[in-house]
Design a protein around this ligand. Structure first.
Ligand code: GDP
Length: 240
């Protein structure tokens, strides 16, 4: 695999599979990075910006079409799981619950998951549903990259203030897990934070090349850098 594939792990990613329930999940194999976020947070735009494509991940304003996980395969063979956006007001409550449970189960138990990218609209900060999702996931000991997106709406100094506020929010809500979380100021439209996000993903994925059939390499997790950016809480003991 070329160096570009390591440095820009999502570039040239291709659509792989759409999944609507647990039974359809591909058997855990290559390492997987999941992207989650409230609907309209800017998740599709963030994936597209990292892939350097305009329409790899589709925005869907139609609730029915958002109830699925789209998997993309990166050049290394690692997978990107685009999780359904949550918090869409028009989704019936029972369906919302079903999907929240599916997401929580996926995040807590998916063996091949090496990291979670949580896309948050910087203007709004973390929503309750984002916190709920983090609460279920962080006990796995795995890292999180928070992409605080739409930062083009702020001045550079405003961006720093907003980023710190999100970091403090996470440190306050998850004092034992804050070291697992890095916050990156991001903008899909202005391409802010692309290199920082790519560096974190590259750290999670390492330099391996993976086939669909092979188990994820152990070193993919061991090589993951300590999340930086939020380190105010005590070091997190592994809980699980
Ligand atoms: P998703 O529903 O989370 O996949 O969100 P989308 O990527 O579809 O974005 C939702 C809305 O936010 C759209 O109107 C986008 O144009 C806008 N948006 C997404 N990313 C950015 C960004 O970085 N900056 C700005 N200003 N708007 C953005």
């Amino acid at each position: 695999m070329g160096r570009a594939a390591v440095k820009h792990p999502v570039q040239h990613a291709e659509f792989f599979l759409t999944v609507a329930n647990d039974d359809q999940l591909p058997p855990p194999g290559p390492p997987e990075v999941a992207f989650a976020g409230r609907s309209n947070s800017g998740k599709s735009s963030a994936i597209n910006a990292l892939a350097n494509r305009t329409r790899l991940a589709f925005t869907s304003k139609t609730p029915g079409r958002t109830q699925q996980i789209n998997f993309f395969r990166m050049r290394s063979g690692a997978l990107l799981a685009d999780l359904p956006g949550y918090g869409y007001a028009a989704v019936p409550r029972a369906l919302k619950r079903h999907w929240q449970e599916f997401l929580a189960r996926y995040l807590a138990t998916r063996q091949s998951l090496v990291g979670l990218v949580l896309v948050v609209d910087a203007r709004h900060g973390l929503a309750d549903l984002d916190r709920q999702l983090l609460a279920g996931y962080l006990t796995s000991g795995r890292p999180v990259l928070v992409l605080a997106t739409k930062m083009d709406k702020f001045t550079p100094s405003g961006q720093r203030v907003v980023q710190r506020a999100i970091e403090r929010d996470i440190a306050g809500a998850f004092p034992f897990h804050a070291a697992q979380v890095a916050v990156v100021a991001f903008s899909a439209t202005r391409r802010i934070g692309i290199a920082a996000a790519e560096a974190t993903l590259a750290g999670w994925l390492g330099e391996g090349v993976f086939d669909a059939g092979k188990p994820p390499p152990v070193e993919a997790k061991e090589k993951a850098p300590r999340a930086r950016g939020v380190a105010r809480g005590p070091k997190s003991p592994r809980q699980g």
